[in-house]
Design a protein around this ligand. Structure first.
Ligand SMILES: Nc1ncnc2c1ncn2[C@@H]1O[C@H](COP(=O)(O)OP(=O)(O)OP(=O)(O)O)[C@@H](O)[C@H]1O
Length: 928
């Protein structure tokens, strides 16, 4: 308890307050040998009395094993010495007790209180530190081990390599303003503060002890570094247990030294892929062109992100000077390298905001080539803060979108991360299917000026829309020589011996997968394999991530003999297995089965085999191979059916044998030309189309007929005959000109067509010609494509049939309607007639009015009738009729024009002129 506490009567209840924490920390450390005591045990244990001389001696004594030397220090109270390791926290003593028990009389029984701080963390061969403590010049100087003075955390200093001296000269009544100090209370209760002075020491102090003693808050009994190491060790032990690597062997490995002779303990437990991961651009193994392109694309953002103007690329003068004329310039333009073209595209395509046209870069390629590593290194290299999202982690589109928004719209404002973000979306092919397309497409338009984005994926069809908007970079395989060189370096640093040939074989085995190669090396090293040879590598079963080849390469491998064995196999497709020998044959079989099973797309694979096997170069005049292949296809089809019907998926293991059989039947030396299989899709579409046509035809057939035909009967027996029936010989003239027999034939045709729900519909060909097609289009069901129909009706006949069919349908509908509702029909008929007559009257009235007007306006000039010689003819006497004169004395027009015009039921108007219209004789009686 210090002065402050004494003044205010505050009890030092640290132990009570933090008892639980101390307990937990003590338990955590209790597993560490050799101290197993818990805090509670220490609390209950009374420290053995220790004389000051003892303490002095123990401080000056060379370090001993406390177990062996129990006399010097009680095990419970003694600080851990070299040769022992204890992380167990010891009970913290009340400072007051310590102070009170601290006697400077050598004869006093009350010894120095054992240190409360247990921080002895690791084995050390450092000499035990000691303090020279002088209270006052007139008192004898005393030297004591730090372990004896456990005051205010001083105990921690005991492990410090630095020697700390406190002298009475520095004894002050108040705590010194500067520097560290020790508080000392004598038996009289006087408290003084002693400044601490460090003695020179050659050894560099371990920062963790230093920190713990001086700047730590004392919240942790064990420094965080030690805890981290312990966690790392435990994690490593667990990971090795799960991965099957003997931890003891790896422990051995951990003690091994690299060429520098020093081993970083933390790094020994790490995976080699992490340990030897490249840190700089120059350490990348990926193709230089790809690296440069990505860097260049990222640098395009510099103008908007960092405000740096882009340097204009100087023209290549030497190239130009070498080109004498325009023709050669054109040639040079034409023969630009791929890198030149891509770089020019990258330079040219900036939008109006000076941003690259493609806002995202999409890196694709087989696994383990270092795509993610490249994205990280390039982004860091270009001055960005890398924000990585693993798209396969977020299975919902919303979450994925949220993460992207956070990464693109937020920016760290603290510390070293105060840089613009570069969003790296790893495994984008594993994102929820809608996410990549929609979320990212959306994001592309929202991209602020602070973000660029790189996406890493393998191959996924879901990414097709995204590919159109992204700067695409396809990773070529890593060069085996470069990879082997890197592997050799890693092996050398780990003390493994491996020649280049072996490492090249490893590269080939893993398809140049960096991750797989390094992991294999570590695995072999962990098993104690310090010398690698080809035999070891070839006998290894190397696990590869996503090792499935594309369908095309798979078909190619099936139809092509492996390169090494080509000469020996020859062209005999049946004798291949015998000739190459059982072993090689088995290997090929295994290889193809493995490829087919890892691909998983059995259906598509089989379709490819089916579509392509006949176009292979076969030396098989008897077609025995073809028959065998078809047998295998049937077998596979049946198997598939059984699997799906019976849900017996254990049979699926037999499916990859079909590709293996095809390999032995049809594989040849030449490179096969494989086309993507679409016959199945075409057949499926056609079947669907045909079914739809038949179903729509059957749907409208009257029940009386429908009951006698079903789908299969219609297709197999009936339809071809029906199509013959509906093509009678009809003259392409007006049906009114048909003879009675022809009319009868037409009636029957219309009847048949309606009964089988067939008609002709006008259509337009792509060339723009009008034509009539049968509706539903059932002709395709029974006719082979490309063959002309046996009988063909003319356009006019089809038009006639279509029209008559429609009319007949309407008539039938009306009849049916009438039959169903005769009274209502009568009433409607009556109404219609009344309406008709009304309309007629109305019409005639209108006409009458118009005619009357015309008649009124007509001025009939009465000219005297003249004879041949121009003499007036005297009219014969007529019966005396009172001339109907109007009130105005004019002669009535009706009388003069006659009844025919004014009051007749029939009237016409004559239009002068010429007409080419078809003329017909119309009798008045027909009009009445
Ligand atoms: N030049 C190199 N030297 C050593 N190790 C490397 C090198 N390049 C990559 N690696 C290591 O290889 C491993 C695979 O790299 P990375 O994850 O970048 O590949 P990837 O192409 O993204 O693979 P995936 O498609 O499976 O995600 C990483 O652990 C990385 O540390």
């Amino acid at each position: 308890m210090d002065e402050y506490d004494e003044m205010y009567g505050i009890e030092d209840d640290f132990e009570q307050q933090f008892a639980d924490e101390l307990e937990v920390m003590a338990e955590m450390d209790s597993i560490e040998p050799p101290y197993h005591g818990k805090v509670s045990e220490f609390r209950n244990k009374k420290s053995a009395p220790q004389t000051f001389e003892d303490a002095l001696m123990s401080g000056d004594l060379p370090l001993r094993n406390p177990a062996a030397d129990t006399s010097a220090l009680d095990t419970a109270t003694a600080p851990p010495c070299d040769g022992e390791e204890s992380l167990t926290p010891k009970a913290k003593r009340h400072k007051q007790d310590v102070a009170k028990k601290l006697q400077f009389d050598a004869t006093q029984d009350d010894g120095i209180t054992p240190p409360s701080s247990p921080e002895v963390y690791e084995k050390s061969d450092r000499s035990r530190p000691a303090f020279a403590l002088s209270l006052s010049p007139d008192r004898p100087q005393v030297a004591m081990t730090a372990s004896m003075l456990d005051i205010s955390g001083l105990a921690a200093l005991q492990e410090s390599p630095k020697r700390v001296t406190t002298t009475a000269r520095h004894a002050q009544k108040r705590p010194p303003v500067m520097g560290d100090y020790v508080t000392v209370t004598d038996s009289m209760g006087n408290r003084v503060y002693l400044s601490k002075k460090e003695e020179e020491d050659d050894k560099v102090p371990d920062p963790r002890f230093f920190r713990n003693s001086q700047s730590a808050l004392g919240l942790l009994a064990v420094p965080i570094e030690v805890l981290k190491e312990q966690v790392a060790e435990k994690f490593f032990c667990l990971s090795t247990v799960f991965s099957g690597i003997d931890p003891e062997l790896l422990a051995e490995e951990d003690t091994g030294e690299d060429d520098d002779g020093a081993v970083d303990e933390g790094s020994s437990s790490r995976l080699w892929v992490d340990r030897f991961a490249p840190q700089h651009y120059m350490e990348l193994l990926s193709d230089d062109f790809t690296n440069r392109c990505l860097l260049k694309w990222l640098k395009l953002w510099d103008t908007v992100v960092f405000g740096r103007e882009r340097k204009q690329r100087p023209a290549a003068p030497e190239v130009r000077s070498n080109i004498p004329n325009a023709h050669n310039q054109n040639q040079a333009q034409r023969f630009k390298t791929k890198s030149q073209i891509t770089e020019e595209i990258l330079e040219a395509e900036l939008d109006q905001h000076k941003r690259p046209k493609y806002k995202v870069a999409l890196l694709s390629g087989p696994p383990g080539l270092g795509k993610t590593t490249l994205a990280h290194i390039i982004a860091r290299h270009a001055g960005y803060n890398v924000v990585e999202i693993n798209a396969s982690d977020d299975r919902s589109a919303e979450l994925f979108q949220k993460r992207i928004d956070t990464a693109t719209q937020m920016k760290s404002v603290l510390g070293a991360n105060e840089k613009p973000n570069c969003l790296v979306i790893d495994e984008i092919d594993g994102a929820p299917s809608v996410s990549p397309t929609f979320c990212l497409t959306k994001t592309l338009y929202c991209f602020g000026q602070l973000s660029a984005s790189a996406m890493i994926c393998n191959y996924a069809p879901a990414l097709r829309p995204l590919r159109q908007q992204a700067f695409l970079l396809t990773f070529p395989p890593t060069q085996p020589s470069r990879l082997a060189q890197r592997l050799a370096e890693i092996a050398r640093r780990q003390g493994m011996k491996a020649d280049t040939g072996t490492l090249m074989a490893l590269c080939e085995k893993t398809d140049n997968d960096i991750r797989s190669c390094i992991n294999t090396l570590q695995f072999l090293h962990g098993r104690g394999q310090k010398q690698l040879d080809q035999r070891v590598v070839s006998s290894m079963c190397v696990g590869l991530k996503d090792q499935n080849k594309g369908l095309f390469s798979l078909w190619q491998e099936i139809f092509q003999l492996p390169r090494l064995k080509r000469k020996r196999v020859g062209g005999d497709v049946f004798g291949g297995l015998e000739e190459v020998g059982f072993k090689e044959g088995t290997q090929r079989l295994q290889h193809i089965i493995h490829l087919a099973s890892s691909n998983g797309e059995h259906e598509k694979l089989t379709q490819g085999l089916y579509d392509n096997f006949l176009s292979m170069k076969l030396k098989d005049p008897g077609l025995l191979g073809v028959c065998a292949g078809l047998d295998w296809l049937c077998f596979s089809d049946l198997m598939n059916e059984w699997i799906l019907h019976g849900q017996n998926y254990s049979l699926m293991r037999y499916l990859p044998f079909l590709p293996a059989a095809f390999h032995y039947l049809f594989a040849a030396n030449s490179v096969p030309r494989i086309s993507y299989p679409n016959s199945h899709y075409e057949a499926l579409t056609k079947t669907q189309h045909t079914k739809n046509a038949i179903i729509s035809m059957l749907a409208e057939i009257p029940p009386g007929i429908r009951s006698r035909i079903c789908l299969s009967t219609l297709c197999l027996d009936f339809l071809s005959l029906l199509l013959e029936l509906i093509c009678p010989r009809l003259r392409p003239v007006n049906p009114q000109l048909y003879s009675a027999r022809e009319k009868q034939q037409l009636c029957e045709l219309i009847d048949t067509m309606i009964n089988y729900n067939l008609t002709y519909r006008q259509d337009r060909t792509p060339e723009g010609q009008y034509t009539y097609v049968l509706e539903p289009h059932v002709e395709d069901v029974v006719r082979f494509p490309g063959l002309p129909p046996r009988k063909q009706l003319t356009y006019q006949v089809k038009q006639l049939i279509a029209r008559e069919t429609e009319l007949e349908k309407m008539r039938r509908v009306e009849q049916a309607h009438q039959k169903r509702n005769p009274q209502r029909t009568e009433a409607v008929k009556g109404e219609q007639q009344v309406k008709k007559s009304d309309t007629k009257k109305q019409t005639s009235r209108n006409h009458q009015q118009r005619l009357e007007n015309i008649v009124k306006q007509t001025v009939v000039e009465s000219k005297p009738e003249l004879d041949f010689f121009g003499r007036a003819i005297v009219p014969k006497e007529k019966p005396a009729v009172t001339p109907a004169t109007g009130e105005d004395g004019k002669v009535n027009g009706t009388l003069q024009i006659g009844k025919a015009v004014g009051n007749s039921d029939v009237w016409f108007r004559f239009n002068e002129g010429v007409s080419n219209a078809v003329r017909r004789n119309v009798y008045i009686r027909e009009l009445l």
